[in-house]
Design a protein around this ligand. Sequence first.
Ligand code: F6R
Length: 243
Amino acid sequence: MKFMNLGSRENASRYVAVEMFKEIHFNECTLLGLATGGTMEEMYQELVELLKRHQTDISCLETFNLDEYFNLDISHPNSYMSYMKKHFFDPIGMQNSQFHLPDNDLFDVEEDNLRYDAAIRDKGPLHIQLLGIGVNGHIGFNEPGTPFDSKTRVVELSPETIEANARFFDKQDDVPVQAVSMGIETILYSNRILLLALGDKKADIMAKLYHMTEPDIAVPASSLLTHPNVEIIMDEAAAQYIT
Ligand code: F6R
């Protein structure tokens, strides 16, 4: 696992955007695992600009997102579908058939989750899996205690995650308490993993992860120690306790 402190937020976001861009631009049919959240906004902005500037052919690009809030209308402005359409899918003109998010309605959710994993297995491995990280070390919405062989499923969000997500909602009661998340096993089924961590709030968990030598289910991101090709990209604020 390679830890990289790239100084500014802009540099860290740009590094990830350029790596994603190269994969899409130079590969005919790229398969990506995508993340949402505040951390990714500048990265997507940069990536969209790069793809447009270089007139990259994205007709064969296919993406699988990590997660979606459970039982929240996908047209809701805070759904991850809305986030992805706003920040990435619509600006580069992706067709509906090219992107996938876990199905989040009550109806047949278990079968849909099995289908999601099967689609990734059939088409994969993902060329790049993009990750953010929660203050408690979650990746996707795999909260502390999640087994490393977990698959896509409905998950209960932890109190820390609900609190962190509350900033995107007007009322506390509206903040979702459940999500559908790609499992850790599914996340690890990828050739390369880029984890982006920005800002002071991530400093404690980054220092903790940096000092871990063995995977421990109490810190889901430590499952990445079992993967051969992981880069952890940080700004100075997130890396401040790593010496
Ligand atoms: C989102 C996701 C989450 C976020 C994490 C950090 O798709 O999988 O693991 O990456 O909660 O969120 P932000 O970037 O808002 O701090």
